[in-house]
Design a protein around this ligand. Structure first.
Ligand code: DQA
Length: 149
């Protein structure tokens, strides 16, 4: 069983991008930590990052048939703009958690609305990059309850 981790636009720059908002941990470090965390529970992680809306949609479509049991996604700014990514999630019916490193509700009003949150199993916002591992803990409890000690 595998978990798909999707990071959207500009998140490839994590660690150097606005570190006061997003911290100093890189995306490579986040992906490595989640891979270890999942492996300890017997789960695989497929990590995907793209700055392109179409590529993210194509990856979500592929998740329908490639053994993905759960998606953890930080859609970046597409959170606030993309009806197309919303439609992709509705089309594939793979459960997902939405993660935001920053507390989007404490930022500009245009970041307060998400096109995805009402479809998500849960939403993390404001816990820094730790939010990814908190989401993964939840996913592990869901997919591999016997692995939780
Ligand atoms: C973000 C919040 C979004 O508003 C922003 O566009 C991002 C990152 C976050 O992780 O806090 O790119 O999703």
């Amino acid at each position: 069983m595998s978990v798909l981790l999707i990071n959207g636009p500009n998140l490839n720059l994590l660690g150097t991008r606005e570190p006061d908002v997003y911290g100093s941990t890189t995306l490579t470090e986040v992906e490595a930590a989640l891979t270890v965390q999942a492996a300890e529970a017997g789960l695989e992680v497929d990590c995907f990052q793209s700055n392109s809306e179409g590529e993210i949609i194509d990856r979500i479509h592929a998740a329908r048939t490639d053994g993905t049991a759960f998606i953890i996604i930080n859609p970046g700014a597409f959170t606030h703009t993309s009806i197309a990514i919303r439609d992709a999630f509705q089309s594939v019916q793979v459960p997902f958690c939405e993660v935001h490193i920053s507390n989007v509700y404490a930022r500009e009003p245009f970041r307060h609305h998400s096109y995805l949150s009402d479809l998500a199993v849960g939403v993390m916002a404001g816990f820094g990059t730790r939010g990814y591992s908190l989401a993964m803990s939840f996913v592990i409890e869901r997919l591999a309850p016997n692995a939780v000690g």
